[in-house]
Design a protein around this ligand. Structure first.
Ligand SMILES: [Zn+2]
Length: 191
């Protein structure tokens, strides 16, 4: 359960990082060539490892991009630009004007002030997480399901990815693995 609770954001002017500029340069070239992927409205026809986007609005000619500036997918920039502005940002002639979350641990920024940040603008129900040391993610999951027998495997994955540093250490769950561990946890409880 989560409740919307928007926090104020701060208008920030930043230069696009080199990898983003490179991506936007490729986009600008596709637009110049009339590439079909730049003409159809979509949010992901244009993509690379750290960003995706597409033509957001045929009428206004605005393109929307989601960019991940760091390793973690928690921090993202939601960027709206016209074709001409894409080229200018790629060429380093234009800064991005984005509304940044005030929480410095977040780092997410948005072209639209009213955009919601999934990290900052919702009040999440706080669930206790397993404490102690774990040498495998399986042990972490079993401890989690022991605390929250009613939790859905997706919820376990969300809490694992979102609120702990375990992922980098012990790797990440697939849904299949998480579902198996939930089943194991339930059979352990019955015995
Ligand atoms: Zn945020």
């Amino acid at each position: 359960m989560s409740t919307e609770l928007p926090k104020p954001k701060r208008l920030t002017h930043v230069e696009a990082p080199p990898d983003l500029r490179q991506f936007l340069l490729e986009v600008a070239e596709k637009i110049a060539q009339g590439d079909e992927d730049t003409l159809i409205e979509s949010d992901d026809l244009l993509q690379c490892d750290f960003a995706y986007g597409g033509l957001a609005d045929e009428e206004t000619g605005e393109y929307g991009f989601t960019y991940f500036p760091g390793k973690s997918r928690k921090t993202k920039w939601e960027i709206l630009l016209l074709a001409k502005q894409i080229r200018e940002v790629a060429d380093g002639e234009r800064e991005l004007s984005l509304w940044a979350c005030e929480d410095e641990n977040c780092g997410s920024m948005f072209s639209l002030a009213e955009e919601r940040c999934s990290q900052c603008d919702y009040e999440h129900e706080v669930r206790a997480l397993p404490s102690g040391d774990f040498s495998t993610r399986r042990d972490w999951a079993l401890a989690y399901f022991a605390l929250h027998p009613e939790a859905h495997p997706m919820q376990m994955i969300g809490d694992y990815n979102g609120e702990t540093e375990w992922g980098e250490k012990l790797g990440y769950f697939s849904l299949t693995e998480a579902t198996e561990l939930e089943t194991i946890s339930q059979s352990l409880k019955r015995n």
